[in-house]
Every structure is written in C-alpha cells, then in structure tokens.
Design a protein around this ligand. Structure first.
Ligand SMILES: NC(=O)c1ccc[n+]([C@@H]2O[C@H](COP(=O)([O-])OP(=O)(O)OC[C@H]3O[C@@H](n4cnc5c(N)ncnc54)[C@H](OP(=O)(O)O)[C@@H]3O)[C@@H](O)[C@H]2O)c1
Length: 478
C-alpha cells in the first residue's frame, strides 16, 4: 500500500468531511480517531473514496503511514484537547514534520504553541477553516498562520481542497503564528453582526409590519437578487420558507428564541477591546445573544411594561421594505468596517502584515459570510498600503452616503415602536461617531483632569495642560 501524503486526527463533523474532501482531490490520507468505532463507520461512509484513505487503529500506525516529512491535521475541539493531542504526538514527530491545528483555536493558544515548537525542527501551523460541514466536505475558506516554509509545503493540498471563487482558491497564508486563527475569529465576529442585523430586520418585518414568515422569506429571497446577495441572506429566505412537519407552522415560529454561542464572537469583542478598536456592531451582536439566553427574565419583564404605543406612519409598506434593505446594507458596511479595522490593528500589534485584500478575497466563497460584497471590499483594499477604515474608501463613501439615511429612519422608527435593533443602532452610532469631526471627548478629558489630574491637550498648543479647577483634587496637586 502506498504511503499517505497527509494525516488527520479527529473524525468528527469537520474532520470526517475534510478527510473526504482531501481524498476526493486525489491526496492519499491516513486517519485516526480516539474512538475506533468512529473510524470504522467513517471508512464505510467513504464509499469509493476509501481507496485513498488509510484507516489507522493507533497514532503510531498513523505516523507510520505518512510519507515524511509528515503533515498531520488535528481536527479536535479547541483548547485542552489540542494540547493533549500535541503532548502525545510530539514525541512521535520527527524533524520536518508539520502539526496543523485546524480547529477554532483562540489565537493566543496558537501563538503559545508556535513558540513551544520554535527551533524544534517541527513546524506548528494554525489553520482557520470556515464553512461548516458542507464547506469542509466540498470546499471551505482556509486561513493559514505559519512560517512561510511550512505553508509552502502544505500549500498544494490546502489550495486543492479550498472553495474556489472564479477558479481562485479561497485559501491563503496570512502571516506567522496566530494570524490565521485571528482572522478566523474576526470572520466569526463579523458573522455574528451580520446574522444579528438580519434577525433585527426580520423582527421589524414580523412585529412592526405584522408579516408572516413566508412573506418575510419572499422579501429576503428578493433582496438576495440585489446588493445584499450573500449566503446568509439566501439561507434566511430558505429557513423562513420552511414548515414544521409536526405542526405545519413555519419552522421559525416553533423555534425557541434563545441563541447559542461557542466563543469566537466573544473573543472578537475581547480582542477589539484589548486593541482599543471600536467594534460596536459586533459587541452588540454578542450581547444580543447573551440577552436572548435570558428568556425567563425577558418574559417576566415583558409583563411589567405596557406595550409601546405604535406611532402612526404615513410610509407605505413597500417604502418601509425598501428602507429596510438599504438599512441592512448600511449596517453591514459599518460592521465589516469594524472587523477589518480590528484585523488591521492586530496586524500592526503582532507584526503579521495581514494582506487585507487577500482576506476579503478568500472569504468570497466557502465561508459563512461569503458574498459578492466581499469582492467590493477586496477592491477597496487592493493596491493600497492601508485604508484607515472601510467607510472612507471612495466606493464605500458613495454607497454609505446613499444608504445611511435609511438606517437612520429604520433605527428611529424601531425605537419609537419599541423594537430592539442593538446591532443596527450600534452600527449607526459607530458611523455617526466616526464621521463627526468635533466629538464630545473634550468634556471627558475635562472630567478626568478634574478628578484625577490626568491632563489634556489644549487645541493649538503643545504639551499636557490642566484645568483651572479650584478646590478639586487635581487643583490641589498643581
Ligand atoms: N462544526 C462546525 O461547523 C465547525 C466549523 C468550523 C470549525 N469548527 C471547529 O473544528 C473543530 C472540530 O469540530 P467538530 O464540529 O468537528 O467537533 P466534533 O464533531 O465534536 O468532533 C470532535 C472530534 O475530536 C475528537 N476528540 C475530542 N476530544 C478529543 C481529545 N481530547 N483527544 C483526541 N480527540 C478528541 C473526537 O473524537 P471521539 O470520536 O473519540 O469523541 C471527534 O473525532 C473545533 O475546534 C470546532 O470549533 C467546527
């Protein structure tokens, strides 16, 4: 039996599909799973692809089945499982081998693990894989962080299995260490904001306009033909059209309104906060999932307050629906601008030199936030060393100028109707804050100086100044 080109550990949802994808692209792969029964079931399910799969009963067997230098993908839960797996693998690894963590690792863990392998002759690769089960099987978007030499050795297999956008592989080397896992984290943060804003618009259509799920689904299906065209809008239309087989009701109407989360959205918010980069739309989306979990509390509070009196509106339903489409686009631009700003700041902080246009390009297919809109983002970054913010790229200034009034009307109307739009509102406030030449932080600086002698810059002068706060703590200090 000929030797495998690559190995894979962890035949769960993602690992089994990624292994089938690798085998299908003509790369012989050795696989091992902690629970042996799963390996057997996997081989059965592989059908003719089993010819390209070497099923191993032990890790030693796996390592022996791969042609050196051996790349080995770990597709196990992020965190302790990865460290445990590394601890067992490391003594079996030889010079030139490459250990690839393809799970949703926290990039700090990837940085730590990369350092642990420094000067060991064994390369450690942090590889973000997006697109869920379907992506893993037929082509995910792949974000790689590694030493360039390690990337070059796995590049052929990785680009072969990645999604293709007009023949271009949605996989790229983005920098060293945790670069790939960081970009994957921010991808998920943007995904949270995108999904939350879609849900808020759905809420306005359902509770503000009183439309049923099927009608709302038809609106999203129409929007998917226009500027909002994307995977998330497409699946929103699909799920809104689906019926529950037990009750015959729209399936969304029988689903409990409590959203789950696993961590990458929260990590995006933590990293943005640590970098001092505002990411209010993403923060609002993560907080909204937290609020959704408080179902019992929400039900209790709803009984304590009278329903909001509905303002009369002269706008027609068609006008409102058109405004909602523009509002969603405006909110989306602000949220994506935040995600890219966080990545730019992290790139500078960690010396990754993240290629922003490439990041946008490899998200055009395979991943959850895939859309044509990402092609426009790629163009905005293409050939430019650095854009301060997506919202100041000329093409986006034009789009945002046209659509932000609709976001303003939508958020205002929703507030008057008592309909929550946390991510849309936060995106609007971010846009308004970002384009306000004279803000209000002068007052904050005065307050900080008053109680803590923190000092401030005085317009048109150099050096730190203090205010004339007679009797204040800072006044006494001076
Ligand atoms: N599901 C998605 O849509 C998705 C998308 C992108 C990224 N990811 C990431 O991909 C990774 C895998 O996710 P998944 O959804 O495929 O998980 P999963 O279906 O739960 O499978 C987990 C796999 O890891 C193995 N495993 C668990 N703990 C282990 C340990 N301590 N040592 C060795 N093997 C261990 C399991 O083996 P046993 O059979 O023995 O339990 C199983 O094969 C995670 O980091 C996840 O966040 C998931």
């Amino acid at each position: 039996m000929s030797e495998a080109e690559i190995g894979l550990i962890g035949l769960g949802t993602m690992g089994s599909n990624l292994a089938l994808n690798i085998a299908e692209k003509g790369h012989r792969i050795a696989v091992w799973n902690r629970t042996g029964a799963r390996t057997k079931a996997f081989v059965k399910q592989a059908g003719p692809l089993a010819d390209n799969i070497v099923a191993c009963d032990t890790l030693e067997e796996l390592m022996g089945a791969i042609r050196p230098p051996r790349p080995v993908i770990m597709m196990v839960p992020a965190g302790d499982a990865v460290d445990e797996q590394i601890a067992v693998l490391r003594p079996m690894a030889a010079q030139g081998d490459i250990l690839i963590d393809a799970g949703n690792a926290n990039f700090h863990d990837t940085e730590r693990r990369t350092k642990d392998f420094e000067n060991s002759g064994i390369a450690f690769v942090g590889m973000g894989v997006s697109g869920g089960e379907e992506g893993a099987r037929h082509g995910p978007s792949i974000m790689v962080g590694a030493e360039k030499e390690a990337w070059q050795r796995i590049e052929k297999i990785v680009t072969d299995i990645a999604a293709k956008y007009e023949d271009e592989a949605c996989a790229a080397w983005l920098g060293t260490g945790g670069a790939g896992h960081f970009v994957k984290t921010i991808h998920n943060g943007i995904e949270y904001a995108d999904m939350q804003m879609i849900a808020e618009i759905y809420g306005i259509l359902r509770d503000g306009l009183g439309l049923g799920a099927a009608d709302i689904g038809a609106i999203f299906a129409r929007w998917n033909e226009g500027r909002l065209n994307s995977y998330l809008i497409e699946i929103t239309a699909t799920v809104l059209a689906a019926s529950d087989p037990d009750s015959g009701m729209p399936v969304v109407d029988v689903i409990l309104d409590k959203a789950g989360q696993k961590g990458t959205g929260r990590w995006s918010v933590i990293e943005a906060a640590m970098l001092g980069v505002p990411a209010t739309g993403i923060e609002a989306a993560v907080a909204a999932r937290g609020l959704s979990a408080l179902k019992k509390e929400r039900e209790g509070a709803a009984k304590l307050y009278a329903p909001t009196a509905q303002p009369s509106s002269a706008a027609s339903q068609a006008d409102i629906v058109a405004e909602l489409e523009s509002a969603l686009l405006a909110g989306k631009i602000a949220a994506y601008a935040q995600g890219f700003a966080v990545m730019q700041a992290a790139s500078a902080e960690h010396g990754w030199n993240l290629p922003m246009a490439t990041v946008a390009r490899i998200w055009r297919a395979g991943c959850i936030i895939r859309s044509q809109f990402l092609g426009e983002i790629a163009q905005a970054f293409e050939g430019r060393a650095k854009i301060a913010n997506l919202m100041v790229a000329p093409a986006f200034v034009d789009i945002m100028s046209a659509v932000h009034p609709a976001l303003r009307i939508t958020v205002g109307r929703a507030a008057l109707q008592g309909l929550p739009t946390p991510a849309l509102s936060a995106s609007l406030a971010y846009f308004d804050g970002y384009r306000q030449a004279r803000g209000t932080a002068n007052l904050i600086q005065a307050q900080r100086d008053f109680f803590g002698a923190h000092g401030f810059e005085k317009i048109g002068t150099k050096g730190e100044k203090h205010g004339p706060w007679a009797g204040s703590v800072s006044g006494k200090k001076k």
